[in-house]
Design a binder for this molecule. Structure first.
Ligand code: HEM
Length: 161
């Protein structure tokens, strides 16, 4: 007889991976990857990426992050995998938003959601050099003062820089 995935007597001390169970994690990753790959803001990154392979590697990576010790991660190190893709801070934030929405929709326990999202934030430096939603160049703040000289020429501060 197959033992239950999450026997009640080990719930208190088991890892987040064991509490979720592999089939539920696979369903979450499947949904999340589909949402990411078809997203209007960041989907373009994945146009030529093998989606089934990505799902498999995202599953392995998440499983380990959530405490699995018997699931090997067979992908590249994150820094190497993402280096060819110039990812902005806002695009990193977008993926995190999609992950948070997916975890909520799958009714993942709140403590596991927090653990997962905190882990993602710790990895930011391996994915992008930017802090959250950095704009480059910085947008002007407030009204722009236009000066007109005696000959009627208009200028704004910074024109001569
Ligand atoms: C902490 C956040 C992230 C994690 C944990 C993560 C995880 C992964 C993993 C496990 C892979 C497979 C590695 C491999 O191909 O060997 C991968 C690939 C990829 N990720 Fe991420 N990722 C993150 C953030 C992002 C973001 C923010 C973007 C873009 C908005 C992104 C875009 C991609 C792309 C395009 C690939 C395919 C790389 C290629 O085949 O060239 N990832 N990611």
């Amino acid at each position: 007889m197959t033992p239950p995935l999450d026997p009640p007597d080990v719930v208190g001390s088991s890892t987040a991976f064991a509490r979720l169970g592999a089939p539920a994690l696979a369903a979450i990753i499947d949904d999340f990857t589909e949402r990411v790959c078809t997203d209007t803001m960041i989907g373009f990154f994945f146009r030529s990426v093998d989606r089934d392979r990505l799902k498999q590697l995202e599953f392995q990576f998440a499983a380990r992050a959530l405490g699995a010790t018997d699931v090997p991660y067979e992908g590249r190190p994150l820094r190497a995998a993402h280096a060819p893709h110039p990812i902005r801070g806002g695009q990193f934030a977008r993926r995190t938003r999609i992950l948070a929405d997916t975890l909520r929709d799958h009714e993942v326990p709140a403590d596991i959601q927090m653990q997962w999202l905190a882990h993602v934030e710790k990895l930011r430096g391996q994915i992008t050099g930017e802090a959250d939603s950095t704009c480059d160049p910085p947008a002007p703040v407030g009204p722009v003062r236009v000066s007109v000289d005696a000959d009627g020429n208009e200028s704004v501060p910074g024109d001569s820089l």
